[in-house]
Design a protein around this ligand. Sequence first.
Ligand code: ZN
Length: 145
Amino acid sequence: MATDTNIGTTTYTLLTEKQAALQAKCPRCRRGDLFKNKMYSFKQTMNDRCPHCNLKFEREPGYFYVSMFVSYALNVAEMVAVCVAIYVLTRSENPMIYIGIFLLATFILSPFNFRYSRVILLYWLTPGLRFNLEKSKDLPLETQE
Ligand SMILES: [Zn+2]
């Protein structure tokens, strides 16, 4: 973020929807972080509210239970990809190789699935939650919802 010399004027790069989703930014302002820690951290902790626009991420109690279904879909897609890759690379018919490598891949990819299941839920599966240019601008938090 670069700051202008004019007092009260800050310039920033407005991210596209895909860039903001990949960087796990708030879906409304695309500036605040959804998570407190980095993508490769095994302990993923989500912010309750957007640090920039103060949007409450958990839309209603238990909202993120829905992300378990998204996470399940991601896991199935990864399982298919891993199994096809194992078959192409090894031509093995031993099921223990598939199970072992898949369980390892599931463990390694669990922070990714946790993070991006919530991102997918907030960006594309939540009705009425859209990017708002006004919320993206630099305003004091008290004036925002
Ligand atoms: Zn925000």
